[in-house]
Design a protein. Structure first.
Lengths: 321, 220
């Protein structure tokens, strides 16, 4: 790790340059290069075993033996930074004999907070995460999801500039996931830079400003979701719902730009367009054809592929770029 | 700074633990029971205080070593230390805080048990007060030395052992045997009552340095 003065781009809080890491014969990371900009929420996505946790452990300074350069604005590495870095591991673990309050007090003090600051801050973060009532409970008596929330509490307790979260929402119920995302947005609004990994793609799609996709130890995309969509051969589909189905849907294939029509159920179909088709012109043609054929249209709209579809395309080699 | 915080924390957790409750109350009680049970046997004039010191050193040493080993292996496997290590905490602070906290608690329990033994001897034996009090310091030195070796061995085994089972076996057959090295100077009839401190201290320092080295090596 290098110091912040050596960051190439001062807008960035962290930079990876040709980072490689091997475990014996297995190459976990292969020339990974990306940067995290100040104030953004960076979603780091990849399938299991892709190298997400290894990347994050290098970033926070838990892995020091690697090739390439990793620079973090907070200092030499996570181990030597003071209040700048917050980290939530994939499975947050605490000494089980401690209470939540005791764990947070110790970790806050170790982050350089005064005893008074810690006492003031603990109820604030527990309240933010909706777990104020477990402050005096022992860790051993908490559920996995609640321990994850306590893990989040320790990560944000000292008000870090850069928050690194490894699968923070894994194992959380939908309400807790929603709450975490709300907290991410709030922290980002307050100026905290966040990098979080996930394979729950909808979570990344909901909160991340930019994303990085890693597969087999290689970063295959870095950019916004829009940039990702533009890089891909995105299927052009139109979803059609009819309130009265005349059954003449096969005739839609004669409309210019239509490649095929897939009947989902009675009164609902997906129209696949050719890659060079003009979507607006095709929709006009479809509407005319359907009305002329005696059908009544409830809705008709182009289908935008979500991150999940794009991601699957990417990791299975369906990318155009 | 981090060593002080961690030491205070470990101490806070350990002195109230069930293991420590056994050491505080169970060990002196066990010593009394064993002494009474063997009252008909020729004890070659061994005072109860010496008997207690030996018992506390051996059993207390093994229990604390096993507890340290199991605790460290569990915490290592669950990556508990990651949350410390991303903060400005040195690895040796974690090792030393655990050793110091457990060692202090067990030595205090041992001294309490030895003092109980002295009190019993005072009321039950023909030994003079001067003789009784002259036995206290050597007994404490032997106990402190043996417990130091056991605790440091427990930490080294905890840091290097691949599983809890292997760790406990190593504690029983390794740490326990190693701690008896502290008694060797007494058996060789050394006249210096402080002499057990030398092997005790030397072995403890070596074992702790090895534990720190192993912990640092685990940094991938």
């Amino acid at each position: 790790m290098l110091k912040d003065s050596e960051l190439r781009n001062t807008d960035c809080i962290a930079e990876f340059e040709r980072v490689t890491k091997s475990y014996g014969d297995i190459r976990a990371l292969n020339n990974i290069t990306f940067s995290v900009r100040q104030g953004e929420i960076f979603g780091y996505i990849g399938p299991n075993g892709a190298g997400k946790t290894t990347t994050i452990k290098i970033l926070v300074g838990l892995i020091k033996n690697f090739g390439g350069l990793a620079r973090v604005a907070s200092g030499d590495s996570g181990a030597h930074s003071d209040r700048a870095l917050g980290y939530l591991p994939q499975h947050a673990a605490f000494q089980e004999w401690r209470t939540v309050d005791h764990s947070l007090t110790t970790l806050g003090r170790l982050s350089g907070m005064s005893a008074q600051e810690v006492r003031k801050r603990i109820p604030e973060v527990l309240d933010l995460l909706g777990i104020a009532d477990i402050r005096n409970r022992k860790i051993v008596h908490l559920s996995g999801g609640t321990i994850q929330k306590v893990g989040m509490a320790q990560a944000i307790l000292h008000g870090p500039d850069f928050l690194v979260l490894d699968e923070p929402m894994a194992g959380l119920d939908p309400a807790s996931r929603y709450q975490f995302k709300k907290v991410f947005r709030q922290l980002s609004k307050d100026g905290t830079t966040i990098l979080f990994s996930s394979h729950i793609l909808s979570d990344v799609q909901d909160v991340a400003n930019r994303i990085g996709i890693v597969s087999h130890g290689t970063l295959i995309h870095e950019g916004t979701l829009e940039e990702l969509r533009h890089r891909l051969v995105v299927p052009k589909d139109i979803d059609v719902m009819l309130s009265r189905d005349s059954g003449r849907w096969k005739e839609l294939e004669s409309v210019p730009g239509v490649a095929s029509v897939e009947l989902i159920e009675k009164g609902r179909m997906t129209v696949h367009l050719t890659q060079d088709a003009d979507i607006d012109a095709s929709i006009d043609g479809l509407v005319r054809e359907l009305l002329d054929g005696g059908s009544k249209i409830r809705s008709i709209y182009p289908v935008n592929p979500n991150l999940e579809q794009l991601y699957v395309q990417f990791v299975t080699g369906g990318a155009s770029a | 700074m981090s060593l002080a915080i961690l030491f205070k924390d470990e101490l806070n957790g350990f002195y109230r633990s069930k293991v420590m409750l056994f050491l505080w109350v169970g060990l002196p009680a066990l010593a009394i029971i064993l002494y009474i049970a063997t009252s008909g046997v020729d004890q070659e004039g061994i005072p109860f205080s010496s008997f207690t010191a030996l018992l506390v050193s051996v059993i207390g040493g093994v229990i604390s070593a096993a507890m340290l080993t199991v605790g460290i292996i569990n915490e290592r496997e669950k990556h508990v230390y990651d949350l410390f290590l991303i903060r400005p905490v040195k690895r040796h602070s974690i090792v030393l805080s655990k050793f110091l906290a457990v060692y202090l608690c067990v030595v205090v329990a041992a001294v309490a048990a030895i003092m109980l033994g002295v009190a019993v001897d005072h009321f039950r034996s023909d030994l003079s007060s001067a003789t009784l009090f002259s036995n206290i310091l050597p007994a404490i030195i032997i106990a402190a030395s043996m417990i130091a070796i056991s605790c440091s061995a427990g930490i080294l085994i905890g840091m290097s052992s691949p599983s809890v089972l292997v760790g406990v076996i190593l504690v029983i057959y390794g740490a326990n045997q190693l701690s008896t090295v502290a008694v060797l100077p007494v058996l060789t009839a050394s006249s210096d009552e402080y002499f057990p401190l030398i092997p005790g201290l030397a072995i403890t320092v070596v074992l702790l340095l090895m534990a720190i080295w192993v912990f640092n090596r685990k940094q991938l």
